[in-house]
Design a protein around this ligand. Structure first.
Ligand code: F6R
Length: 366
């Protein structure tokens, strides 16, 4: 059942070229430049007229929501808020007619997310579910939705469900942006082409797993870990920190790299590894100077970079390469080396990566 892999987590990481292909199948048609998402198509005007979109989720799914915030604001020019379900449900949230709630959940059974959307539904919001588990409670409670089609995820730490969530959310943003004409035909075509190439690019990263394992070996005994990124790669830093702490029990934190000087830099010494998610985008030069600030304090730097990178390679202790894509889709690639590194460090520390202590696959209690 683990398909020859030692753990479900590793199998599910390696499933991603196939799970992403499944997620895109029948939806993205590059030759005709169409995107078919029945749940969005049937309610297109709800989305194009939305005054605001509120994402509600927990954990890894909340990180997918943060990335979708950047995507939707860029492509659709609709204001987005991203809420932790556990906070949203206990506040008295302000919901206006015309607000759209997107609930993101792998299991479709997370109690906090479920109750949050029940409350929002009572107040008249339109609820759209981005869910992996077919027929689950959140899927049934939503007015409409789009399944992520990642297949069953058994490992407690979410991996392939996350990349499928990003893929669905990117398709939604593009569909809505096209309908609203908030992006040009040319940009639309560019994004569709890039999106269609993601599964094979993920495969390229997975083929390089051995060099990621070598870096994991160097840092398996670390007592602390910092993850930094900007723009679309900022939520990837948060996700990488969550994943590593879940499976290795190493205290990890993730920040936007611009925030480091406001506090976290106090942690930096020669024992602290910092991972920078530093693919080519509009923040590149800023990231290079952020890395120099860490190196000046003798911190160890691991950087996720594109193959043609030279500036960051020169100042980092280790690099992990991912193929180039548009910055909007970069998280689909940059998260892969972080998943692999977390897995290898957890295994090297002798831990049960599929069932970390104190965690359950679906959190059906408050
Ligand atoms: C992290 C993880 C959790 C879940 C969270 C939400 O690896 O698995 O943080 O992402 O409990 O679960 P779902 O997506 O099932 O609502």
């Amino acid at each position: 059942e683990k398909g020859g892999f030692d753990h479900f987590m590793l199998k599910e990481i390696f499933d991603q070229p196939a799970s992403l292909t499944d997620c895109l199948r029948g939806r993205l048609d590059v030759s005709n430049l169409t995107l078919t998402l029945a749940g969005v198509d049937q309610h297109l005007s709800v989305f194009t007229q939305a005054k605001r979109i509120i994402m509600v989720a927990c954990g890894t799914s909340w990180h997918a929501g943060l990335i979708a915030e950047y995507m939707i604001e860029t492509i659709c020019r609709i204001p987005v808020e991203v809420e932790y379900a556990s906070e949203f449900r206990y506040r008295d949230p302000i919901i206006h007619p015309g607000d759209v709630i997107i609930a993101i959940s792998q299991s479709g059974e997370t109690a906090d997310t479920l109750v949050a959307i029940e409350r929002a539904k009572e107040q008249g919001a339109f609820i759209f579910g981005v869910v992996n588990a077919v027929g689950s409670s959140i899927a049934r409670l939503s007015h409409a939705g789009a399944y992520t089609h990642a297949g069953p995820e058994i490992g407690v730490a979410s991996t392939k469900a996350f990349t499928a969530q990003l893929t669905v959310l990117a398709m939604m943003a593009l569909k809505i942006g096209k309908a609203k004409q908030s992006i040009s035909e040319e940009a639309y075509k560019h994004y569709l082409t890039e999106l269609s190439q993601i599964p094979e690019k993920v495969q390229v990263i997975l083929s390089g797993h051995e060099s990621i394992r070598e870096v994991a070996q160097v840092y398996a005994e670390a007592n602390n870990f910092l993850f930094l990124g900007r723009g679309y790669n900022f939520p990837v830093a948060l996700e990488a920190a969550l994943k590593l702490k879940e499976v290795s029990y190493i205290p990890c934190s993730g920040y936007p790299s611009g925030e480091v000087k406001h506090g976290p830099i106090a942690l930096v010494d020669e024992t602290l590894p910092t991972m920078f998610i530093a693919t080519k985008d509009k923040y590149y030069d800023k990231i290079v100077s952020n890395i120099q600030e860490i190196k000046a304090r003798k911190g160890k730097v691991i950087a996720i970079v594109n193959p043609d990178d030279s500036a960051i390679r020169g100042v980092s202790d280790h690099v992990m390469e991912v193929p180039e894509t548009d910055e909007l889709l970069a998280p689909l690639l940059t998260v892969i080396p972080t998943q692999l590194m977390s897995y290898y460090i957890g295994v090297l520390r002798g831990l049960d990566v599929d069932k970390p202590r104190n965690l359950a696959k679906s959190v059906t209690v408050e």
